[in-house]
Design a binder for this molecule. Structure first.
Ligand SMILES: [Fe+2]
Length: 213
């Protein structure tokens, strides 16, 4: 067998725990990443792992496909992911998280796939597709991560919002609190069971408004 391999790395202006939340928040995928993802269904999940069926289009080659993926938070510095594609090839992925000063983090993704002999020639294309994928999804995810970290520092809780804003009071002194990794993430859609589909293919906004632009 030949092996295709690539890696990509970027830094984020929020703690790694917020990025981990983002990786396990499946409900944003058909919205925030609507350009590439068309369907997502959570088949099973527990604290620290999930099994997810996703339909998507690969960048660069515009190839529509799907895969069933197992994602496992091994520790707060490492997510392991396996995705079995339609053609029976297994994508073996690692995501490593490193703390940086000032509530920042570095995220490194590795993409590894064993392919039949001779297909090692696809290495340059493999690098192009996987790095493009990493950057595309990163750029779409970044505003959401930064917003979540910002509201978390203001006292935000899921489904409750920010108390002093709800109560129309002056901003109190809010002591710093670390962002906890709490999995599985709470759900408001039927993503677990029947799954969710994207509701638009084109939009001016990244996943938040319906439009034909
Ligand atoms: Fe995302």
């Amino acid at each position: 067998m030949a092996v295709l391999y690539s890696e990509a790395e970027r830094e984020m202006d929020c703690p790694k725990e917020v990025v981990i939340w983002n990786y396990f928040d499946h409900e944003h995928v058909v919205g925030t990443h609507y350009k590439n993802y068309s369907q997502v269904k959570v088949l099973a999940e527990e604290d620290g792992w999930c099994l997810v069926d996703r339909a998507y289009k690969l960048p660069v080659i515009n190839f529509k496909t799907s895969s069933v993926g197992f994602m496992h938070l091994i520790d707060p510095h490492h997510i392991k992911s396996y995705q079995m594609g339609k053609m029976g090839l297994l994508l073996d992925q690692d995501i490593y998280f490193e703390d940086l000063p000032n509530d920042r983090c570095r995220v490194k993704g590795t993409y590894r796939m064993e392919v039949p002999p001779g297909f090692g020639l696809l290495q340059p294309l493999w690098e192009k597709i996987t790095k493009r994928w990493f950057d595309l999804t990163w750029d779409e995810d970044a505003p959401m991560r930064l917003r979540r970290w910002k509201v978390w520092k203001l006292g935000f809780r899921d489904f409750r919002g920010i108390p002093y804003i709800n109560e129309k009071k002056a901003k109190p002194n809010i002591p710093p609190r670390p962002y906890p990794v709490e999995l599985p993430t709470p759900k408001i859609t039927p993503i677990k069971g029947q799954g969710v589909s994207r509701i638009f293919e084109k939009s001016d906004e990244v996943g938040y408004s319906r439009g034909d632009g």
